[in-house]
Structures are given as C-alpha cells and as structure tokens.
Ligand binder design. Structure first.
Ligand SMILES: [Mg+2]
Length: 256
C-alpha cells in the first residue's frame, strides 16, 4: 500500500464519484463524527457523487437514501441499492422480491444449525431491519475470537451460503450477489464509468471492492486484518476511521 499522498494529480482529477464503506471507514466506533458527515456536502459541492456501500440493513439504508446528502446507497452487502429521485426513493434489488421469503427461510434454518455448533453466538442488534441477510455480531455488542469468526464463516459456506466479515459482523446470505456487482449496477444507473471512481474501506469485506476498482484506499486500521484480507487497497491514509475518510476528501479537493 502506498501513502495517499502518492496519488498523482491525473488519477485524482479523474475521480467523479466517491464510494465508501460506513462502519470503521466513515463512522468511528459507533459514532458518526460531524466532520465526516459534512465532508459529504463538500464532495457534492465539488461536483462529485457520493455513494455509500455497506453491510448495514435495508431499514437503515432507507433513512440514508431519504435524508443524507448522498447520491445512492448499496446495502446488505449488495442485495440492493436505494437512491432518491426528486422526492421518490428508488429501490432496486438484485433478486425479485418474491425470492426474499425463500432465502429468509433458508437463513433461519442455517442459523438454527449454527446455534447448535456455536451456542454463544448472537444475531446483530440491527437484524430486525434486514431484508436479505443474517448478521452475526462479532465485535459490536459481543466479542468473538478470530478462530470463532473463521469457524462460523466455514460452517455457513459449507451450508452453501455466502459470507462477508466486517469490523463488527459476519454477514451470511443465500444468493449470487455481492457489493462489487451491485456497485457496478448503481454506477451504470447513475451514468458513471467504473474507471472514474474511488473506493475507501477498512475491513476484509472491502477486499472484493479493492480488487474490483483501480483507485482504492484503506483507512489506517486496514492493516489490522492480516490473514483475513485477500486484496489490500492501493493507498492507505494516515488517519483512521472517519478521520481517514476526511483525509481522503481533503486530498481529492486539494488536488483538483
Ligand atoms: Mg467497514
């Protein structure tokens, strides 16, 4: 990984949209700092688009799409994207909504089996607001070891599910979708070229995004995931979490 300051003016000035992870990248340890939030307005004042890409639930993303100063949000690790067009929220899902109850039943059965092998695990506190996936809490209100996390992932994948490890949850779902595919779809919907975007994240579940896009940035704590992350970002910030996000936005603005 290179220091962010190594990014050239040409690469920076080609950026038309900032795609960003939320937990651990935009939000600091469960607290959204004002300076990070207001930098979204800076992005858009400069004519850039802002697109959140998160594992957080549909219920949260609905509020984000309605109220935040952003252009779109991809949620539940790529199950859908929402954006506002005039006053109307447009909701696009990877699968038709008829598939959702079938997947939910399969997830419930998988969770019952998981509980037999890992009786101490808890679903994430935001599970009620999810439509497409199951989130196991690993570091939000409980704390699991790296071994427990990997055992859960292996168990779920052996049961035919997809998984992603964030800094707080293991997300589990059935279906052939992911954050990078849905990000490409939202870019197409908004008329953006995938070569003209930058992505910033912090965790193993950002690894496919680091692989998919050319200009990628990790906040400082991306270095904490040795052995869990397949592809690292091209650049790394000096600051962590939301302050790393702000560092990127200031850098992009200063080089335009
Ligand atoms: Mg994260």
């Amino acid at each position: 990984m290179l220091p962010l300051s190594d990014m050239g003016v040409e690469e920076s000035s080609n950026i038309k949209a900032v795609l960003f992870d939320l937990d651990g990248t935009f939000v600091n340890n469960d607290e959204l700092k004002g300076v990070a939030y207001s930098s979204l307005e800076l992005i858009r004042e400069r004519g850039l688009k802002a697109i959140a890409v998160t594992g957080r639930p549909a219920g949260w993303c609905d509020l984000i799409a309605r109220w935040w100063p952003i252009d779109a949000v991809v949620g539940e690790n790529g199950a859908f994207f929402f954006y506002k067009n005039k006053n109307k929220i447009i909701r696009k899902t990877f699968y038709d909504l008829e598939v959702q109850p079938i997947n939910r039943t399969r997830l419930n059965l998988l969770f019952d089996k998981l509980l037999l092998s890992f009786p101490n695990i808890k679903v994430a506190s935001d599970q009620s607001f999810r439509q497409w996936d199951l989130a196991i809490d690993i570091a939000e209100e409980t704390k699991l070891s790296k071994k427990e996390i990997l055992d859960i992932v292996n168990f779920a994948e052996h049961g035919g599910a997809c998984t992603a490890i964030s800094n707080i949850h293991v997300n589990i779902w059935f279906g052939d979708y992911n954050k990078e595919q849905m990000s490409l779809k939202v870019l197409e919907e908004l008329g953006l070229n995938s070569k003209n975007i930058i992505y910033i994240g912090d965790s193993p579940n950002d690894s496919p995004m680091f692989e998919c896009f050319e200009s990628t940035v990790g906040v400082k704590s991306v270095m904490n995931y040795e052995g869990l992350i397949d592809t690292y970002p091209k650049y790394i910030t000096k600051e962590d979490e939301g302050y790393g996000f702000v560092e990127l936005i200031k850098f992009l603005i200063s080089t335009r």
